[in-house]
Design a protein around this ligand. Sequence first.
Ligand SMILES: NC(=O)c1ccc[n+]([C@@H]2O[C@H](COP(=O)([O-])OP(=O)(O)OC[C@H]3O[C@@H](n4cnc5c(N)ncnc54)[C@H](O)[C@@H]3O)[C@@H](O)[C@H]2O)c1
Length: 368
Amino acid sequence: MIGVGLIGTGFMGKCHALAWTTVRTVFGDVQEIRLAHLGEANDELAAKRAKEFGFAKSSGDWRKVIADPDVHVVSITTPNKFHREMAVAALEAGKHVWCEKPMAPRFEDAEAMAAAARKSGRVAVLGYNYIQGPAIRHIRNLLDEGTIGTVNHVRLEMDEDFLADPDAPFQQRHEAVNGYGALDDFGVHPLSLLRVLLGRIKSVVCEQAKPYPTRETPQGPRPVEVYDIATALFRLESGVTGALAISRSAWGRKGRLQIQIFGSKGSIVFDQERFNELQLFVTSDRPSEQGFRTILMSGLHEPFGRFHPGAGHGLGFNELKVIECHELLRKIAGEPAHVIDFDEGLEIERTVHALARSSDERRWVDVR
Ligand SMILES: NC(=O)c1ccc[n+]([C@@H]2O[C@H](COP(=O)([O-])OP(=O)(O)OC[C@H]3O[C@@H](n4cnc5c(N)ncnc54)[C@H](O)[C@@H]3O)[C@@H](O)[C@H]2O)c1
């Protein structure tokens, strides 16, 4: 039996709660799960959510969740600025941690989190759910098998439009206290894909942009403190070159996370907006029939079949979190697991800060 503590119940908090509720039904091979203690910003909201989500206890003080002996693993789904304090406290109390990405706004905070994880000997995993997609795992297999030959170039884009409206008011996402903006808000997701598919970045050059430098508040216009757009070139440790473009102001894009990988014998294209499929082009096809083919995810693409056998019926975003939760439990059980832990996450943070430094100093920067 493993007792779960959940801190935060917004977008990601509900997603974690669904994962904890579902993971045993889907995978069967994990220990029994007890929804032990839910924490929110105040007692009233915590009690309401605990009732809805099925948690035994609730508290308006997250420290009580961490101190609870019934809690063995803590899901941290609060805004970035809280991650360090909550994760370090949970690890020091001997709990495993499942913390949402990114680690923290400042590199020194991320370093403190990784150090606390190492010292505690507990499992500390980040919410990089997109690496869990069956298509991403299949791309990994295709690369390992040499299906597209030797990789020579990679391009990544991540675009959404929740900050595209120039007339939208100033909000918390525009404050520097939560980081640089697009880079650590969601640039980290394409970086997580790069990390599991093609390895580490060696050097970067980046330009950040602020399409709307002020936003309205009831007191008048307020300067936007962060960047909504970043465009970068990079070189991997393997020597492969690539490009990364991200925007939170890209009208019409809702969850586009595209990766294109070009090799000596073919190409692979994937887009998170259509994450139940991938596109493959191989030069081994007869030239008269060459072209990108669409491969639908199915029971042949682990772990799709754990949910249902129907290719064409698809998985959803919340199911990526169920897979991530299963990997976390495998790691806690001492089994090999496909996760980004705090040490791996620190490498992503290192890249984010190198990108921001490059943008500030207007030059190429080595990540290490
Ligand atoms: N993995 C992903 O795909 C993904 C997607 C969106 C957000 N995120 C990350 O998840 C985190 C949360 O984002 P969100 O979109 O769920 O935010 P949200 O605003 O929807 O939810 C945050 C929750 O934290 C609660 N909270 C705030 N302060 C608290 C406190 N002191 N104690 C307890 N609870 C507190 C809020 O009441 C709210 O329920 C961020 O780090 C974000 O980067 C990850």
